[in-house]
Design a protein. Sequence first.
Length: 158
Amino acid sequence: MAAMNAVNWLSEEEQRIWRSFLAVNSLLQERLDRDLQRRDGLTLVEYAILVHLSEAEGQRMRMRSLADTVIVSKSRLSHQVARLERDGYVRREDCVEDRRGFWAVLTDKGAEVLRAAAPGHVAQVREYVFDRLTDTQVAEFGAIMAVLERGLRESSAK
């Protein structure tokens, strides 16, 4: 029983905020994913892959870096890239520098699908998040997210 006393339990307010955060995160991902699948035939993860490839130099990224950027496991990324490859949105290329590695490369068809999907996705993000906040709340939200992301990335690097 002594070990339980050492726990710094969440206050009622912290518990309420934490549960609200979990609900918002889950609901937001589910709605954005459902909308992208319905409208564009893409999952949220596939959309993220296409976005990151479109922003990368030469519209290509190493698979390992892409997994870290999209924040999915290497096996899940491999599965998602295989689907995107099957649909002609991405192609894999051998990495000359590392025979075990591969590049994921955005195709012209993938860029076209992304251009078509982006306006609807951005409209949903704006409706569900940014249009509900004041400019001050957006700034505070950005600062909070930066602190949390930095802390999580630093603790995972240890």
